[in-house]
Design a protein around this ligand. Structure first.
Ligand SMILES: Cc1ncc(COP(=O)(O)O)c(C=O)c1O
Length: 396
């Protein structure tokens, strides 16, 4: 493909979709690893195969530790968060069970649950978040029934950036022995997650957002003792004579050849995050975000949706502009200002319905580790210009 666009000229504020650009050192290290030992890991005893296998095991260890897990074998890789969430949800819920979730979930939770509802008589309660975008843990526990088999909650919102009180929800679930799954797609890599301390049974993550890996990799950390039923079966490279899929983790939830390139990305992403410091990355993003939010708040005609609190928050905001369709604002940001934003419902229809933006959605801006203060000033000026033009058009 001929690259007519210079990525360096783009002001990329769609980091909630995927972080971009990825740090060059991660990409270079991935390529080196794949060029040196990009073979099928865990299948044979030759050196290259052992090296690829070591990369996979080492990354399991790093990520299990990163999520506060106790057993690296319980870190399983998947294609992305959607794949991981499907594995967890379908592996924990059966016919006639009851599930509690929230209105701030992504479709990668809502749709698997709705399919279980339609096809397996599963009952689902979506607890609304409060006006500050956070769910009251007591509102979750009020929904518990004798047949509640899963609580699944979004850790950080991809629409309004709110971080949910997962430790409190986790404690309530643990008291009742109900498995607790968090969707850490937006938080993994930028907000600390300690599955043990937070009483989280299953963490679902994606690799291509704040963990800084490529697209096509994600996974689950499953607390030892939690039996997620496998829903896919196939080759594992071990015990090939056994006619069924292996019961033990990590094979239990992994079938087929691992995504070595993706796992290398997670491995070198971990190094990058450790070197720069996760708290420093978060601080950098939130400082830029605070300025962005203030700048947009001051523009006549802009409405920010959700909360403006910076507490319990990711650097993600949603706004609408009076007199302009969000999709048109996105197009103007792109075409006239080289700014990449996301518009519409961001795969999270229930929270938009609750906020009153269920028809046209919002414009979402999300800050990432590679953004600079200049990007933010350009974005504020661009929205101000679009708002001025919208007001002028309205007064004509
Ligand atoms: C909250 C949330 N959950 C799940 C996903 C799905 O992630 P993936 O595209 O990696 O499957 C996303 C991606 O945007 C997300 O923001």
């Amino acid at each position: 493909m001929d690259l007519a666009i210079d990525p360096a000229k783009i002001i990329y504020l769609d980091n909630a979709a995927t972080t971009f650009p990825k740090p060059r050192e991660i990409l270079d290290a991935m390529l080196d690893a794949y060029a040196s030992y990009g073979v099928n890991p865990g299948r044979s005893g030759y050196d290259l195969c052992l090296m690829a296998g070591d990369l996979v095991s080492e990354t399991r260890r790093e990520l299990a530790r990163f999520f506060g897990g106790t057993d690296p074998d319980h870190l399983v890789f998947a294609a992305n968060a959607t794949d991981a969430l499907n594995t967890a949800i379908q592996g924990l819920v059966g016919d006639g069970d009851h599930v509690v979730s929230t209105t701030i979930e992504h479709n990668s939770v809502i749709r698997p649950l709705n399919h279980l509802r339609r096809d397996h008589g599963v009952q689902v309660d979506y607890v609304p978040v409060a006006s500050d975008g956070r769910v009251d843990p007591a509102a979750i526990t009020r929904q518990f029934r004798p047949n509640t088999k899963l609580v699944v909650v979004n850790h950080g919102s991809n629409v309004i950036g709110t971080i949910q009180p997962v430790a409190e929800i986790g404690r309530a679930c643990r008291e009742r022995g109900i498995p607790f799954l968090i969707d850490a797609s937006q938080t993994a890599g930028v907000v600390p997650i300690d599955a043990e301390a937070m009483c989280v049974d299953v963490v679902a993550f994606t690799g291509h957002k704040s963990l800084l890996g490529p697209t096509g990799i994600g996974g689950l950390y499953v607390r030892p003792g939690v039996a997620v039923r496998p829903t896919r079966f196939g080759g594992t490279g071990v015990n090939s004579v056994y006619p069924l899929h292996l019961e033990e983790y990590p094979y239990r939830l992994e079938a087929g050849t691992a995504n070595v390139m993706g796992i290398a990305g997670l491995h070198f992403g971990q190094r990058y995050i450790a070197r720069r410091g996760m708290a420093n990355i978060y601080r950098h993003e939130m400082e830029l975000f605070a300025r962005l939010q203030d700048g947009l708040t001051a523009i006549e005609g802009v409405t920010l949706h959700g909360t403006t609190s910076l507490e319990h928050r990711l650097p993600v905001l949603s706004f609408t502009l009076a007199g302009r369709d969000p999709a048109d604002v996105g197009t103007l940001l792109d075409v006239d200002h080289n700014i990449a934003a996301r518009t519409g419902l961001q795969c999270a229809p229930l929270i938009h319905k609750q906020m009153g933006t269920g028809e046209r959605g919002t414009v979402r801006l999300s800050v990432g580790p590679m953004n600079t203060a200049d990007h933010i000033e350009v974005a504020i000026a661009a929205v101000a210009e679009i708002a001025t033009a919208a007001r002028a058009a309205a007064s004509r």
